[in-house]
Each structure stands twice: as structure tokens, then as C-alpha cells.
Design a binder for this molecule. Structure first.
Ligand code: PEP
Ligand code: MG
Length: 561
């Protein structure tokens, strides 16, 4: 048996089964020359026909999955078309050679970008290039034609068109050698609830065609060709996990009330309409964070008011419960293919979130109009990300007030009482929590950034991964301070950072008085069950003891006990 531990863990679930190794198919490109004028024209025509066919295929996929909107724009991009035609004309090469070279140039540009999101878009370009070449060579682009039995899919990298064409009934799990947690395959796997481990460096050297694997996506463990007894133990673990999950799910629709009658909200974090559907199936009571940036990132242009309105309206109508919509949190590690950000030394400290929106009021206004219009169709709230000052809060609230006036003048209906709150994710917001609480209708603690900014530890830097720990007393005390400030002003305090779904933190957050816990939808049934088994009074006392502890390790062990 061989063992591999993956450090980038982002999903849950255990998969056991045979391996399906995704073929790294490559057919040699012919080096036939296009010497004559007639041959040149016929190669250009061949390229155009193939590009048109691939664009049609991708547009079909894009109808069910927005991720492919980006692919469609790549294959239609006139700079790509110009580059290919130029190469055929000037270098007298054929359509395959010219396409391969032009795609590679484009891929290198994206690959060399510092931003991890843009870097990962290089995989989309390779995907489009593979399909273009397959079409030019009359090959089948389906790498999964040989997949007939349920298997753990192992690949160097998976691109969206691979996953979109996959028969999900045959997928037990995904393991990829490359890729990061913001790659599309990660996002898709999470929303399909399939165990996935990405960035499993070395996995392709460990497995063979006839290997079997055991993977635990919650712990990052992968075992290749395990002994029968070992695999049997894991099967038992998997069965237990599934039984527990089924039991939690059966109770998911019950109210979340502690033993001593404290009523709590357990909400889901979502990024798309697909996630909303998953949230419905898991019977969540609401959405505590709608990350609207995915709507912008998966598009080829800033989504219009109408496009956004349709998404927000459909989201709230589908869910039938309250949704907290976070206004655009772009910048940092999230960029847009159609907007040129100036290079920044510290993007996470740069033009991000509310800063970007206040600098680009037209973009902000469009989103606020769309949210307000959708608020007529169901309970919505607006949440502002990354505030550091009262001035920012005042400017944002003023813009919302103006948009409301506009809509009233235009006689467009909206919820005039819509609540406006903010993410508490910067130390500046923590220190001014009392003042912010006077202006806002609610707080939601964003522990992903609060941890990064409080500890001055980059949340994406693997080198200092051990330091990125929300259990440090500094972060725990900041959380406690925010909850107290919110409650003193009589407003609700929620949490939508990953810490809210961390099973070790539930007791502590309950004891500190958190009102709303928002997390990945698949975690909600379990956290609801945990909260129902707890006693608020007991945990309040326990939390006060924990606040006195001086080390993260002590805090964790106090919670484990
Ligand atoms: C957070 O910072 O905790 C948060 C929820 O926002 P994001 O992870 O999108 O920055
Ligand atoms: Mg954040």
C-alpha cells in the first residue's frame, strides 16, 4: 500500500474504488505546409469551420453551466482568430500547427500571471485548444469514452468540459495532480458534493491502470492499493459517515434550538443558482452569504442589471427563505478576465471589495439596483464586504439611499425596509464595532479574512499554513468583541467564514452568543444536529473560560474535550 497526504483540503467524503486514469491523449500534429494561395485559403477555412463547431458545442454546454461562458469567449476571441490566420498566411503552416502555437502563446500569458485565479484560467485555454485540435483532426474529444464502471477519476488536471461531459453516476471521487482550490473542477466537485482532492502532487507516479484507491477528502488521505483489511476498515468508516449524514439530513428541516431553547439560524454559503438548488435539497433555513463575485468572474463582461436581477430573483424564489447577498468582493485573489487591474504589490491589501465598488460607482449602482429590484420577490438583505471606516459605510449607505430614490421615482417596486449589514473581517472594523453597529442592521463575521488580517498571515500561502489559525486567542477575542458590540446595539451577529462550519468551533461560537452560522451547505445538517444537542447556558460559561486561555493549542484542546 502506498500513501499520500494532500494539504489542500476543501471538501468532504470518502471514496473507495478502482481508478480511472484520464488519458493524456496527444496526437502528433501534421507538419504539412500550406504553400499555395489556394492551400492557405483552405487551411483558414478549415480553422474557421472547426472554431465555429467548437463554439457551438461549448455554447450548448454553457446553457447548463455558466463556467463555459469563458470558453465560448476564448474560442470566439478575434485576437486568437487573427493570430491563427496570420500564422497560416505568413509561416505557411497548416491549421493545426497554427492553432496549437496560438493557443500555447495565449496559455503562457495566463500561466505567467501572479494571480492564482488567472493562472488557473490557463487550464480553460488548454481545454479550448484540445477541443479545437480534436475537431481539426476529426478525433473524439471525450476522454471518458472508456469509463464504464464507478471509479475514482485521477488526472493530471481536469478542465470544465471534462467534468461537464462526465456521467456523474460513474464518479466516486476526483483526484488531480495539479490545480488549486479555486480551479473550476474544485468548485464543481464541491457543488456536486463529490469527494475531491486537488494538488495531489505525485499521485500519477503512485497509481497504475488497475490500481484501487481509498481517499478521504476531509483529511486529505489517499491510499493506493490498500490491503484488504485496511480497505474494509475504511469502508466501515465510509458507511458510518453516510449513515450519520443520512440521519442528520432526515432532521435537517427541524428548527435549530438548543436544549435550553435558544433559537439559532444555520444558513448556507452559496456562489451560484446551482448552489442554491443544493441548499434547497439540504433544507437550509436561509443563505448567510451569496458570493456574487462568481457571477462576475464566470462572465465575459460586467453582468448587466437585468442579468443580475434575474439571478437574484430566481435565487430567492427557488430558496423560499432569506438570502444575504454580499456586494461584489472582487480584487485580492479574484480577478476579472475583462477588467484590467493595475499590478499591486499586496493585492489582498489593495483595491478589493468595497474599495473597488466605491471607486467604480456605476458598477456598484448596477448591482444595488438589481438586488433592490429582486427584493420585491422575496426576503433579501444586502451585505457590504471589507469595510474599514465609517466613511466607507456612509458612502455605501448613501449610494443605496440614492438608488432607492431612483427606483421610487421610476415606480419600480422593492423592499424599502431591506436590511443592510456588513462583513466584520478587518481589525479596523473590530476596533470600531460599536460605531458600525449604530449604522448597520446586522454583522456577519468573515473569519477567512479576519484571521488573515488580524494575524498578518496570507490565507493562501502554503509556506505559513500553520500560522493561519483562527483558534489563536487574538482571533477568538476579536470574534467575542464583535458579538458583544453587535448585541449591545441590538443587532444580529452571524458568521460566514469557514470557521462557522468547523466542527470544533461550534460550542465556542454558541457560547459567545453567535446568532447565525453560515457555511458550506453540505455541512449544515451536521452542525444543526450538534447545536440541538448543546446547552447555551453551559457553553456561555465554557466560552468565558476559553477567552482566558493564552495559546491556540490550549483553546483547541479545551474544545476537543
Ligand atoms: C471571509 O473572509 O470570511 C469570507 C466569508 O469572505 P471570502 O472568503 O469570500 O473572502
Ligand atoms: Mg472575505
Amino acid at each position: 500500500m502506498k500513501e499520500l497526504i494532500v494539504s489542500k483540503v476543501f471538501s468532504h467524503g470518502i471514496a473507495i474504488g478502482p481508478v480511472f486514469l484520464v488519458p493524456e491523449e496527444y496526437t502528433t500534429v501534421s507538419d504539412a505546409k500550406a504553400e499555395t494561395e489556394a492551400k492557405i485559403e483552405s487551411e483558414i477555412q478549415r480553422f474557421e469551420t472547426a472554431a465555429e463547431k467548437v463554439a457551438q458545442d461549448l455554447s450548448l454546454l454553457a446553457q447548463n453551466n455558466k463556467i463555459f461562458a469563458g470558453h465560448v469567449s476564448i474560442i470566439k476571441d478575434f485576437t486568437l482568430h487573427d493570430a491563427v490566420k496570420h500564422k497560416i498566411r505568413e509561416q505557411h503552416i497548416n491549421a493545426e500547427q497554427a492553432s496549437e502555437a496560438s493557443i500555447e502563446e495565449l496559455r503562457c500569458i495566463f500561466q505567467s500571471m501572479d494571480d492564482p485565479y488567472m493562472k488557473e484560467r490557463a487550464a480553460d485555454i488548454t481545454d479550448v485548444g484540445d477541443q479545437l485540435l480534436a475537431c481539426l483532426q476529426n478525433r473524439c474529444a471525450d476522454k471518458f469514452a472508456a469509463l464504464k464502471t464507478p471509479s475514482v477519476i485521477i488526472a493530471r488536471n481536469l478542465v470544465p468540459s471534462d467534468t461537464a461531459r462526465l456521467n456523474q453516476d460513474l464518479v466516486l471521487g476526483f483526484i488531480t495532480e495539479e490545480g488549486g482550490v479555486t480551479s473550476h473542477v474544485s468548485i464543481m466537485a464541491k457543488s456536486l458534493n463529490i469527494p475531491a482532492l486537488v494538488g495531489a502532487t505525485g499521485i500519477l507516479d503512485l497509481v497504475k491502470e488497475d490500481s484501487h484507491v481509498v481517499m478521504d477528502a476531509g483529511t486529505g488521505e489517499i491510499y493506493v492499493d490498500p490491503e484488504p483489511d485496511f480497505a474494509k476498515n475504511f469502508s466501515a468508516k465510509k458507511k458510518k459517515l453516510e449513515e450519520e449524514n443520512a440521519a442528520y439530513l432526515a432532521d435537517a428541516g427541524l428548527p435549530t434550538v438548543t436544549k435550553d431553547n435558544r433559537q439559532l439560524k444555520v444558513y448556507a454559503n452559496v456562489g451560484s443558482l446551482k448552489d442554491i438548488e443544493q441548499a434547497v435539497s439540504l433544507r437550509v433555513d436561509g443563505v448567510g452569504l451569496f458570493r456574487t463575485e462568481f457571477l462576475y468572474m464566470e462572465n465575459s463582461h460586467f453582468p448587466t442589471e437585468e442579468e443580475q436581477f434575474e439571478v437574484y430573483r430566481k435565487a430567492v424564489e427557488t430558496l423560499g427563505h432569506e438570502i444575504i447577498i454580499r456586494t461584489l468582493d472582487i480584487g485580492g485573489d479574484k480577478e476579472l478576465s475583462y477588467f484590467q487591474f493595475k499590478p499591486e504589490q499586496n493585492p489582498f491589501l489593495g483595491l478589493r471589495a468595497i474599495r473597488f465598488c466605491l471607486k467604480n460607482p456605476d458598477i456598484f449602482r448596477t448591482q444595488i439596483r438589481a438586488i433592490l429590484r429582486a427584493s420585491h420577490y422575496g426576503p433579501l438583505r444586502i451585505m457590504l464586504p471589507m469595510l474599514i471606516s465609517l466613511e466607507e459605510a456612509e458612502s455605501a449607505l448613501e449610494l443605496i439611499r440614492q438608488v432607492k430614490q431612483e427606483l421610487t421615482r421610476e415606480q419600480i417596486p422593492f423592499d424599502d425596509k431591506i436590511q443592510v449589514g456588513m462583513m466584520m473581517e478587518t481589525p479596523a472594523a473590530v476596533f470600531c464595532a460599536d460605531e458600525f453597529a449604530q449604522m448597520m442592521d446586522f454583522f456577519s463575521i468573515g473569519t477567512n479574512d479576519l484571521t488573515q488580517y488580524t494575524l498578518a498571515v496570507d490565507r493562501g500561502n502554503q509556506e505559513i499554513r500553520d500560522l493561519y489559525d483562527p483558534f489563536y486567542p487574538a482571533v477568538i477575542r476579536a470574534i467575542s468583541h464583535i458579538i458583544k458590540a453587535g448585541h449591545k446595539a441590538g443587532i444580529e451577529v452571524g458568521m460566514c467564514g469557514e470557521f462557522a462550519g468547523d466542527r470544533r468551533s461550534t460550542k465556542l461560537l454558541l457560547g459567545l452568543g453567535l446568532d447565525e452560522f453560515s457555511m458550506s451547505a453540505s455541512d449544515t445538517p451536521r452542525i444543526k444536529a450538534a447545536l440541538r444537542s448543546m446547552n447555551y447556558n453551559d457553553e456561555q460559561k465554557h466560552a468565558q473560560e476559553i477567552l482566558q486561555l493564552r495559546h491556540a493549542k490550549e483553546i483547541k484542546s479545551a474544545l476537543d474535550n
